[in-house]
Design a binder for this molecule. Structure first.
Ligand SMILES: *Cc1c(COP(=O)(O)O)cnc(C)c1O
Length: 229
């Protein structure tokens, strides 16, 4: 059976292959190892194997895991749906919040950032036309970015999306492409505090398509830690 260290190495190779195949520098794609439901000991094992960037999708689990692993300078990202009353738990612990999808949430985060500091965020978009999915619609994205630009203490590093749950690779590709096109258009607007260099897209089933379409952050859980059932 493959060890966690084997899987980390294999994933790195696959990503490098896909990136090179797409004419991209593999160094421009980072893997956020999604450690939800995985024990702190397994995260420690991944750290020992050389991985440094991890993501969680629930505030409570993030708190428990960051406390248990406080001795390691892990870079933590938050990728899940975030309730405004949980912002205070997530904020000091995360280098990047991927899932800002509404003005109310952006305001709450802004209100908790210390003066003179900036919290890096991504704006989550619903690119898949699936109603249940979190994220602002692409049509409403410009207005949300305008609103965020008025708030102090936020730095919009880019956009994030979850691809459609389908085996149809063309549909997945078109969702990722629409995120990149939206990013390109909004970056041209040149809002202050919104460099928009990052695209967080692609999970275990579709990170290859995402990289071909320009992902700079892929969020991979199952391919590293096994299935969560
Ligand atoms: C769970 C999760 C992932 C990772 O999914 P896998 O299919 O296990 O790679 C990525 N992004 C988000 C937002 C998640 O909740």
């Amino acid at each position: 059976m493959a060890t966690l260290a084997d899987r980390i190495r294999d994933l790195g190779r696959r990503i490098a292959d896909v990136a090179e195949g797409a004419g991209r520098d593999p160094g421009t794609v980072r893997v956020v190892a999604i450690s939800k439901t995985v024990t702190a000991d397994r995260v420690r094992e991944a750290w020992a194997a050389g991985h440094r960037l991890f993501g969680e999708n629930r505030a409570q689990e993030l708190v428990a895991k960051t406390d248990a692993l406080a001795d390691l300078p892990i870079e933590w990202h938050f990728v899940g749906r975030l309730q405004t009353n949980k912002v205070r738990f997530v904020l000091p612990r995360c280098a990047l919040i991927h899932s800002v999808d509404r003005g109310e949430l952006a305001e709450r985060i802004s209100g908790r950032v210390a003066e003179g500091e900036e919290q890096p965020i991504l704006v989550q978009d619903n690119t898949s036309e699936e109603d249940a999915k979190a994220g602002v619609t692409l049509a409403a994205l410009p207005a949300l970015l305008d609103r965020i630009a008025e708030l102090p203490g936020l730095r919009v590093e880019g956009l994030m999306t979850i691809g459609p749950f389908t085996a149809d690779r063309d549909r997945i590709r078109s969702a990722f492409r629409s995120l990149r096109e939206a990013r390109d258009a909004e970056r041209d607007v040149g809002r202050p505090g919104a460099p928009l260099q990052d695209l967080s897209m692609g999970m275990t089933a579709d990170f290859d398509i995402a990289i071909e379409e320009g992902a700079t952050l892929v969020r991979v859980g199952t391919a590293l830690f096994g299935s969560r059932e």
